[in-house]
Ligand binder design. Structure first.
Ligand code: NAD
Length: 497
């Protein structure tokens, strides 16, 4: 009998009253490993209540004390990250090394948040007017909601909650119902680190839970990451309810290879960026744009590397794991069928994969298409699987137009040895994160992560200084201390003298 996972409220597991459940599976075997309680509306209220109650004391806890909790959390996470990586692999399917990498990238945001005393420093102007001083502070919002996707069970929540907590907010995390255990594990780690109960809470569920957060009057902000249609809905609904909102959506990332590029490097990186995490990354490369005469040679080199990849259970040292669910497997296979039917050349067919795994896992092997047309669904849609499409163009300008016309603008990369071309590309491409000879240009924690166009709704990117601003409100204080020579009554509008 699979275990039942509940919510986390006030520093302990919380059963709630919801009577709906969903299955959590191990994608490498197809086995159901847990059933997850899905929140009812009143469960949302109960969790929000706990966060509301915890907020005032945490807000008033000194920066020194808050930072000490952050440092303890960082040390615990660092020491125990193999445990978390195993959880991620067992529910998401990505290979263990990749799961460890995701935790490390999340940990970098915790390390950035350890500098919160410096990040929250305001400005001070002495004598702005005669004997009048002005200073600015940033204060926490209150209760903040985070809604995360399945593909990074730890890293995406870690983009947000370390800064939210460090800044003095109380957090409610609604993880993806496909991968809930990482969030509950992180909640226990916070407790061990000494975070007061109620400051970090986990609400499990589906749309009912999300809608509850988007409309609850005591939730001040929503940070969402997921597919574009849901991101748009979350953005519009939360904004209509007066909340601050950042909603990161889907992607279709292009990697341009110019004729002067190092083709071995480009082929290596197309394979890494295309098939890492079975293509279930919002920064995955899904379209390789081959410019000019190098296309045949590039496709040959990518093909040779693709054929060498081992697909299987993520705990067995394979290169690539399964997709997250049987539905995802069917969807991705359906796109391969559609690409073939539309006339693209299927160079490597992942539907024929023989995975290294026990049981009926959700596998599609690495798939490579050549001569992909921009009207084909394998090009227009976000497939979110290990399907790499090669689009051939005649010129650099054509490549740039293709990318700039695309509805998404999350990540992109250019491979070239021409510094001038790379510089021009970085300057004129309408995409939020750009790599030069780097296929998956995920910014460091002290920069901010976010795309353009349909890849992000709202104006704040995740973490970095934009994250600090998102989780705080600015306040400016103008001060005059009386001195023995104060000027008496003056009903005029305050002017600077
Ligand atoms: P999803 O949109 O299906 O789910 C994301 C979250 O929203 C989950 O917590 C889910 O429970 C909730 N949700 C789903 N449907 C909802 C609805 N109708 N109303 C309210 N809430 C709903 O996304 P996913 O499949 O979990 O994740 C994959 C997607 O996330 C891809 O499109 C990927 O590109 C995107 N993603 C984007 C980024 C980024 O930084 N831009 C990062 C990671 C993933």
């Amino acid at each position: 009998m699979a275990i039942t996972l509940h919510h986390w409220r006030n520093g302990t597991a919380f059963e709630g009253v919801g009577d709906r459940y969903s299955d959590v599976t191990n994608p490498a075997t197809g086995e159901v490993t847990a059933r997850l309680a899905l929140a009812a509306g009143s469960d949302v209220n109960a969790v929000v209540e706990a966060a509301v109650a915890a907020f005032p004391a945490w807000r008033d806890t000194s920066l020194a004390a808050r930072t000490r909790v952050l440092f303890r959390f960082r040390e615990l996470l660092n020491a125990r990250k193999p445990e978390l990586a195993e959880i991620i692999t067992s529910e998401h399917g990505k290979v263990l090394s990749d799961a460890l990498g995701e935790v490390s990238r999340g940990q970098e945001v915790v390390e950035f948040a350890c500098g919160i005393p410096h990040l929250l420093k305001g400005g001070f102007t002495e004598n702005a007017s005669t004997r009048v001083d002005v200073h600015s502070v940033r204060q926490p919002l209150g209760v903040v909601g985070i809604v995360s996707p399945f593909n990074f069970p730890a890293m995406v929540p870690l983009w947000f909650f370390p800064l939210a907590i460090a800044a003095g907010n109380a957090v409610i995390l609604k993880p993806s119902e496909k991968v809930p255990t990482a969030a509950l594990w992180l909640a226990e780690l916070w407790k061990e680190a000494g975070l007061p109960d109620g400051v970090f809470n986990v609400l499990n569920g589906d749309r009912t839970a999300v809608d509850g957060l988007l409309t609850h009057p005591d939730v001040e902000s929503v940070s969402f990451v997921g597919s574009t249609p849901v991101a748009r809905y979350v953005y519009e609904t939360a904004a209509a309810h007066g909340k601050r909102v950042q909603a990161l959506g889907g992607a279709k990332n292009h990697m341009v290879v110019l004729p002067d590029a190092d083709l071995d490097l480009a082929a290596d990186q197309a394979v890494n960026g295309g098939y890492g995490s079975a293509g279930e990354r919002c920064m995955a490369i899904s379209a390789v744009v081959a410019v000019g005469s190098i296309a045949d040679e590039l496709v040959e080199r990518i093909k040779a590397r693709t054929l060498r990849l081992r697909t299987g259970d993520g705990t067995r040292g394979c290169d690539m794991g399964p997709l997250v669910t049987a539905q995802a497997q069917q969807r991705v296979s359906g796109y391969v069928d559609a690409g073939e039917k539309a006339g693209a050349v299927l160079v490597v067919d992942g539907r024929e994969v023989r995975p290294d795994s026990d049981g009926a896992g959700f596998f599609v092997g690495p798939t490579l298409f050549d001569h992909v047309g921009t009207d084909m669904s394998i090009y227009t849609d976000e497939i979110f699987g290990p399907v790499l499409s090669v689009v051939r163009v005649d010129s650099y300008d054509e490549a740039v137009q293709l990318i700039n016309r695309n509805a998404y603008g999350n990540g992109t990369a250019i491979f070239t040895n021409d510094g001038g071309a790379a510089r021009q590309f970085a300057n004129e491409i309408r995409v939020g994160m750009v790599g030069v000879n780097v296929p998956v240009p995920v910014p460091m924690a002290y920069y901010s992560f976010g795309g353009w166009k349909h890849s992000l709704f709202g104006d704040s990117h995740a973490h970095g200084t934009e994250g600090v601003q998102f989780f705080t409100r600015g306040k400016v204080i103008t001060t005059r201390w009386l001195d023995p020579s104060h000027g008496g009554i003056n009903l005029g509008f305050p002017e600077n003298a």
